[in-house]
Design a protein around this ligand. Structure first.
Ligand code: SF4
Ligand code: SF4
Length: 303
């Protein structure tokens, strides 16, 4: 993906002061000038760089879905509602001491040294999602479960890199996965982003500020997408597949294959509803705000 010659001022105008920011934290993950305080984006100074990693990594600037499909998964998507995935299963927790399927996967990854820490929402903070870096099984278990709302989890993954962590897992919403995908595939910025090694996204129908233009229900750019309530899971990457197989073989979870039609229905409903908010006619030409989508492929869904 090529860098775009825009910077913090453009990010502020197009996203932050334009009600599109979802406070995912990606803009500050690799920038020494941007940080988050109680979930809010802050700047040390009004930066004068002309090309910013902040602008280039934000999932609400340009999100080219067909390009990311190719760059992340090496293929075009066949399923417009769900994106690229290898397998759809329903997972159940077998080892009850691990609290839930997400924790079981993270603990498996930790045991097998596929990760050395996980960024989760802090269970001790109630009013917002405050990210926390969990470096062992106990810390993962004490922060197990769903947090309501969004938080700057990707920014915290950047903090974990600064602390010397080498293989970081991030459990977030689809938009966090979009931010990580953009930064992973932007070779113009070499900032050790590859240390974000594993992304698990939870299915999302959040309604916060900025969510009204979201086109992703499942987390199309993660290794594993999971509905934490039902255990429905889309395994997307080789790493995701390997991890689920080990979690099953070690008796932590069970899985069975499922039909994806009900997930597709939910995803399509969200995409169509929000897609209609991001398309506009400009002098007779159809333009889509921030997301670059193959409109021909989406046509069938928006009927
Ligand atoms: S990267 Fe995330 S937090 Fe930063 S401006 Fe974009 S949406 Fe907001
Ligand atoms: S709906 Fe969910 S995935 Fe989409 S922007 Fe909101 S929190 Fe992120």
């Amino acid at each position: 993906m090529m860098k775009i010659e825009k910077c913090l001022t453009d990010l502020q105008l197009e996203v932050i002061y334009n009600d599109k920011c979802i406070k995912c934290g990606t803009c500050g993950a690799f920038c020494p000038n941007i940080y988050f305080d109680e979930g809010e984006v802050k700047y040390k100074e009004q930066c004068s760089e002309t090309v910013g990693i902040c602008y280039n990594s934000c999932p609400r600037t340009i999100l080219s879905i067909p390009d990311l499909d190719l760059e992340i998964f090496g293929q075009k998507r066949e399923n417009q509602a769900l994106g690229v995935f290898k397998k759809a299963v329903k997972a159940e927790l077998k080892d009850g001491s691990l609290k839930d399927v997400t924790s079981a996967l993270l603990i498996t990854a930790l045991e097998k040294q596929m990760i050395d820490c996980a960024v989760l929402g802090d269970a001790n903070v109630e009013k917002r999602v405050e990210p926390v870096i969990c470096k062992n099984k106990d810390e993962i278990l004490s922060n197990a479960g769903e947090r309501k709302g969004l938080g700057p989890l990707v920014w915290k993954a950047g903090e974990a890199i600064k602390q010397g962590m080498e293989k970081i897992a991030l459990v977030g919403r689809p938009c966090h996965g979009q931010g990580v995908a953009k930064v992973l595939k932007n070779e113009d910025f070499l900032v050790q982003q590859e240390k974000i090694a594993l992304v698990i996204s939870h299915f999302c129908l959040a309604q916060g500020k900025g969510c009204n233009v979201c086109l992703d229900y499942t987390g199309e750019f993660s290794d594993i997408s999971l509905n934490p309530k039902t255990g429905e899971m889309l395994i997307r990457s080789e790493l995701g597949e390997q991890l689920v197989n080990i979690a099953v073989a070690s008796g932590k979870i069970t899985t069975k294959d499922i039909d994806t039609s009900s997930i597709e229905e939910m995803a399509t409903k969200k995409k169509v509803k929000n897609f209609l908010k991001v398309v506009a006619k400009n002098n007779g030409k159809i333009e889509v705000d921030y997301a670059k989508i193959d409109i021909n492929l989406l046509k069938d869904m928006v009927q």
